[in-house]
Design a protein around this ligand. Structure first.
Ligand code: DX5
Ligand code: ZN
Length: 222
């Protein structure tokens, strides 16, 4: 079980100022972010369109932190090499995005990157049992993917169940929650077993002067 001191904060740049993304990434890096969470959407798997590998590549020189790339695109497999080459450290895919999630996770690791699997709110947690050996990160979606600023769905039993499955393997696996995470619900997500908190709105809400304070609040040491 993750101790509170091990908690990592992954600000989602979906909530950043897109006209100043390089500055925004530097600002969250300096404010104490652990991962830079990049939400990639295609207008097909989810109803919104965001950014692609070219933007990841352009942002890469702005931070040495871990680039945590969340693919909400279908198909995802053809783009894994592009995001790997662009500088992603973790690439996370949804099982519904293709016919063969097992193969997708293998492809991410074959590209030399950490492999993540993301479960939508209604996607059963049990499928993790069949792929956990191939997985470096489990993302539990606490909103339906597509937009920032939605309300947190309290899927604490699901987070606990994912933690139990993670504990069956010997290699390190991050347990990430994503969607509507804020300082009020973060302690319960951590207590349920999450060790990485993705947060867009609750990090970026006050502009750059608030980033460090908001990241500390998510860690519970504000
Ligand atoms: C939702 C994305 C999330 C989201 C987080 O599809 O995967 O990363 O943007 O933003 P907030 O914290 O505003 O819910
Ligand atoms: Zn995300």
């Amino acid at each position: 079980m993750a101790r509170v001191t091990d908690i990592k904060i992954a600000p989602s740049i979906l909530s950043a100022d897109f006209a100043a993304l390089g500055n925004e990434v530097r600002a969250i890096d300096q404010a104490g972010a652990d991962y830079i969470h990049v939400d990639v959407m295609d207008g097909h798997f989810v109803p919104n369109i965001t950014i692609g590998p070219g933007v990841v590549k352009a942002l890469r020189p702005h931070s040495k932190k871990i680039f945590d790339v969340h693919l909400m695109i279908s198909p995802a497999d053809p783009y894994i090499p592009d995001f790997a080459a662009a500088g992603a450290d973790i690439i996370t895919v949804h099982p519904e995005a293709g016919a063969h999630i097992h193969r997708s996770l293998q492809a991410i690791r074959a590209a030399g990157k950490k492999a993540g699997i993301s479960l939508n709110p209604a996607t059963p947690v049990d499928l993790l049992k069949h792929v956990i050996e191939l997985t470096d990160l489990v993302l539990i979606m606490t909103v339906n993917p597509g937009f920032g600023g939605q309300s947190f769905i309290p899927l604490f039993d699901k987070i606990r169940a994912a933690r139990e499955i993670i504990e069956t393997v010997d290699h390190p696996v991050d347990l990430q929650v994503d969607g509507g995470v804020n300082a009020a619900n973060a302690p319960d997500a951590i207590a349920a077993g999450a060790n990485v908190l993705v947060a867009g709105t609750s990090v970026f809400k006050d502009g750059p002067d608030g980033y460090a304070k908001n990241i500390r609040a998510l860690r519970g040491d504000a």
